[in-house]
Design a protein around this ligand. Structure first.
Ligand SMILES: *[C@@H]1O[C@H](CO)[C@@H](O)[C@H](O)[C@H]1NC(C)=O
Ligand SMILES: *[C@@H]1O[C@H](CO)[C@@H](O)[C@H](O)[C@H]1NC(C)=O
Ligand SMILES: *[C@@H]1O[C@H](CO)[C@@H](O)[C@H](O)[C@H]1NC(C)=O
Ligand SMILES: *[C@@H]1O[C@H](CO)[C@@H](O)[C@H](O)[C@H]1NC(C)=O
Ligand SMILES: *[C@@H]1O[C@H](CO)[C@@H](O)[C@H](O)[C@H]1NC(C)=O
Ligand SMILES: *[C@@H]1O[C@H](CO)[C@@H](O)[C@H](O)[C@H]1NC(C)=O
Length: 798
């Protein structure tokens, strides 16, 4: 009685398992790295993909929208937010339907991507293999290639990159990287990396209305930018250790060079070229190099008749010129249109509105050196399509006039020029303060997908077969569900699941108090205190050495969710010069953060030893500035550090700096005025003067000030907090400034000022530049201080 029943179950089981094989079309390989001639990969079969032998790369159908797919290569492992990073696409501009599309390897050797019921292929590799035996393979390097009988590569994806260059993938005269259109659309955008006709690697913006190269700096010759135009061959390559070598003499090492990591070089949506490495533990990409540090230099970001500025509260911001209106509310690259009639030809009656410290780069109708403002106005009035002019004090020591026929690439600048806009006299002028007619902040991390209108047309054939198929599928599925339920019930996954969920959502790990107590050997090895808590050394269960910060005075009411919300922002901040946060602990009253451990302690501990020569100190100054500039940068929540001091600048085994303790100072809300902030933060000796005045806003310039103090301390070896013995005003900066003024142009003063332990081992003229830069950071007037970004640029230029 029982036996026949059992047979029945077994029979049904085997039938339902076999059914897919019987009814679906032949040879559909799964999870292999080779596709044989005559077979195909189907969009509908989840298992239809090629995987590289080392498992890192996968090639298959990648979802780019609702029911829209591109045949792509991506990293097999998802990031902590669950997304997959695509590195190549065959059909980025023409996604195919999520039903009945397939990639076939024909017997003739050609590779063909077909869309649902459309007769013509969407994409082909354009290959004919006479041997009729070419196989499609995915290499460990992420290269998808067709190999014929004689082991020759007859086609490879490395020859047609999309927006990403992988390690060891040659970049040549025949290849380009083209950015995606937006963070939600993978189709071709407007930014391009390519070898120009003069053999120089350049970035170009090729928008719907304007175009132009913007890297290397187009205002300088390639030679001045350190490029060579004499290369016999145009080729460039990034290796897996982070070294980039190009035939035009562009060499760079990523910030984490030497380690062999999963890396990529990507032409990003925002027009910047960036190198990334994968942080395997946190599942995030880290920026380890970027072509452009001042993001307003990227062309096309803000379109015609608008200006770009980096503001402390909004990051990068575009604004329309006065009396202009934004053309497309969702896209600044369309620019702004004037709301007045532009019949401005030969009209001496025109008005000119001045914008000090603004420049519009390029598009000069006429250039008149050594001239006066009145003459310049006459020049512009005489040119029919002159939209305005830049009146600039040039380095030759006189004023020059640059009349513009288009107002593009407007940006705030440190140069002492003034932009004058031509407007008809009839227009009532708005003042400079009203310059921004419309504001708009770019959305940077949207992860939603586009909806693509590609309805699947139902095919009425084979209804009966379909019914049978359905029937067996349902039975099979039911049985499998039961089996899974059984296994599932025997385990107790609830607890681990919850933790795992938090971990993947936030990108870092949750520790229990007991774990951290054990790791830190009962909180015995103290590393330092301050900044809201005591830091202990610890060794995590996975043997990583960590710094564990026990937060004191944390509001007892603050639950895990709030703490998580606050630190999740920190989890998104990844920069080589900012300390990494690995995890946290919330348990009863305990609140702890787990950071990476830095071998060589803080700058404060090393400053008055003789371990730091000038080269190291300079590198620390540059690294710290880069870290702070990144904090102040767009696309992250705006983060002020507010407690920059040598104790918070930590040094790794190579004495490379990482800024610690940022973000705890309550992340600034974008639109909040920062008054409530004024109480707690800062350390005497490093605080900017505006902290003392309640009515002064707190901006990123407070960090610039503190950074200036740190720089002077590194130069002089003296600590500002105990600088009573430094002369009349008792302040380090006044002491240095007095020495400089007293010397009256003679060089001896630098020797007096610089720390005796670095004596002699530096270039005096460069040192002078660095000291003057430090003093500029210490200006009483916050607007006179440079931004952190400008500090980085100026340091790198010395
Ligand atoms: C595949 O990768 C190996 C090294 O991983 C490389 O030597 C070989 O040339 C690659 N083949 C192709 C066709 O890219
Ligand atoms: C990059 O690193 C290599 C070796 O590690 C070194 O020889 C080279 O000079 C470095 N290049 C730059 C631009 O720093
Ligand atoms: C505005 O820009 C968006 C995104 O680029 C585009 O889809 C839309 O068509 C544009 N609208 C107009 C009116 O040009
Ligand atoms: C920018 O302003 C000028 C007039 O000043 C106008 O001719 C031009 O069309 C504007 N650009 C756009 C994109 O509307
Ligand atoms: C600029 O113009 C003034 C007056 O025309 C002249 O005296 C001066 O030499 C000029 N300067 C230079 C550098 O050409
Ligand atoms: C800095 O770190 C390296 C590597 O851990 C170590 O050998 C060296 O002794 C450290 N220096 C100091 C001053 O701690």
């Amino acid at each position: 009685m029982a036996l026949p029943f059992l047979f029945h179950v077994l029979g049904l089981l085997s039938f339902s398992l076999l059914a897919p094989l019987l009814f679906s079309s032949p040879i559909s390989p799964s999870r292999s790295s080779v596709l044989q001639p005559g077979s195909f990969l189907s969009v509908e079969n989840q298992d239809d993909f090629l995987i590289s032998p080392n498992g890192i790369f996968t090639a298959g159908f990648y979802k780019v929208g609702e029911n829209a797919y591109c045949f792509s290569i991506w990293y097999t492992k998802p990031l902590s937010d669950g997304s997959y990073t695509a590195v190549w696409m065959a059909n980025r501009d023409v996604p195919v339907n999520g039903k009945r599309s397939k990639l076939s390897l024909l017997k003739t050797g050609n590779l063909m991507l077909t869309d649902a019921d459309q007769p013509l292929p969407v994409w082909t590799a354009g290959i004919i293999d006479s041997s009729k035996s070419a196989q499609l393979m995915l290499n460990n390097t992420g290269n998808l290639f067709l190999q014929n009988q004689d082991n020759e590569t007859i086609w490879q994806s490395f020859d047609s990159p999309t927006d990403t260059l992988l390690p060891l993938q040659p970049f040549t005269k025949d290849t380009t990287l083209v950015s995606s259109r937006s963070s939600t659309s993978f189709s071709q955008g407007f930014y391009k990396l390519f070898f120009d006709n003069d053999n120089v690697l350049r970035l170009v913006y090729n928008g719907p209305k304007i175009a132009g190269t913007y890297w290397p700096d187009p205002q300088q010759t390639a030679w001045v930018s350190g490029r060579s135009t004499w290369a016999p061959r145009r080729t460039a390559v990034l290796d897996s250790s982070g070294h980039f070598v190009s035939s035009d003499s562009l060499f760079f090492n990523t910030s984490d060079a030497e380690d062999v990591l999963v890396r990529r070089l990507t032409m990003d949506v925002d027009g910047n070229l960036r190198a990334y490495s994968l942080d395997e533990i946190k599942g995030v990409w880290k920026v380890t190099w970027q072509a452009i540090s001042d993001t307003c230099q990227v062309q096309g970001i803000c379109g015609e008749n608008s200006t770009c500025s980096i503001s402390p509260t909004h990051g990068r911001k575009c604004s329309c010129l006065p009396n202009h209106q934004m053309i497309n509310q969702t896209d600044w690259s369309y620019g702004c249109a004037p709301v007045f009639n532009t019949t401005l030809c030969g009209n001496d009656e025109d008005n000119y509105v001045a914008f000090p410290n603004y420049d519009f780069y390029g598009y000069d109708a006429r250039f008149v050196p050594n001239t006066t403002l009145d003459q310049c106005k006459k020049v512009c009035a005489s040119i029919c399509n002159c939209k305005g002019f830049l009146f600039n004090f040039d380095i030759q020591g006189f004023y020059s006039c640059y009349a513009k026929f288009k107002l593009i690439n407007g940006f705030g600048t440190v140069r002492n020029g003034t932009m004058y806009l031509k407007v008809p006299k009839s227009i009532s002028l708005q003042t400079n303060n009203n310059m921004a007619v419309q504001e708009f902040s770019l959305t940077c991390s949207e992860k939603s997908t586009i909806k693509l209108d590609r309805a699947y047309v139902k095919n009425p054939k084979n209804e009966s077969l379909k019914f049978m198929k359905l029937f067996t599928y349902i039975f099979g599925a039911l049985e499998i569900v039961c089996i899974i339920c059984f296994f599932y019930k025997t385990r107790n996954p609830l607890k681990t699941r919850r933790q795992g969920y938090l971990q993947t959502v936030q990108g870092f790990q949750r520790f229990s108090y007991a774990e951290l107590k054990k790791a830190s050997d009962n909180f015995s090895k103290e590393l330092g205190r301050g900044g809201g808590g005591i830091v202990y050394k610890g060794i995590l269960p996975d043997n990583r050495v960590a710094a564990i910060k026990v937060l004191k005075e944390f509001d007892n009411n603050q639950g895990e969710a709030e703490l998580l919300a606050e630190i999740s922002t920190l989890g998104r901040i990844n920069h080589m010069n900012l300390i990494d946060i690995w995890g946290y602990c919330v348990e009863r009253k305990h609140r702890m953060l787990v950071y990476e451990y830095m071998e060589n302690g803080s700058l404060a501990q090393n400053l008055q030893t003789n371990k730091l020569d000038w080269a190291k100190r300079f590198d620390i100054a540059v690294g710290t500035a880069k870290g702070l500039a990144y904090l102040h940068e767009e696309c992250l929540e705006w983060v002020l550090h507010c407690d920059v001091k040598p104790h918070n600048i930590l040094l790794d085994s190579n004495f490379s700096p990482k800024v610690a303790d940022f973000g705890l100072s309550k992340l600034l809300d974008r639109d909040v005025t920062h008054k409530e902030f004024t109480k707690a933060r800062g350390t005497r000796g490093y605080m900017a003067p505006e902290w003392l005045f309640l009515n002064q806003p707190i901006t990123s310039k407070v960090d610039v000030y503190s950074y200036g103090v740190v720089m002077l301390e590194m130069i002089t070896g003296k600590i500002r907090a105990d600088d009573q013995n430094l002369g009349s005003k008792g302040r380090l900066d006044s002491w240095v400034a007095e020495k400089m003024i007293a010397a009256d142009g003679k060089n001896g003063w630098i020797r007096d000022v610089v720390d005796s332990t670095v004596q002699g081992k530096y270039d005096t003229s460069k040192m002078e530049v660095v000291i003057k830069l430090a003093l500029r950071c210490l200006e009483e007037d916050k607007d006179a201080r440079p931004t952190m970004r400008q500090v980085v640029d100026m340091l790198l230029r010395t």
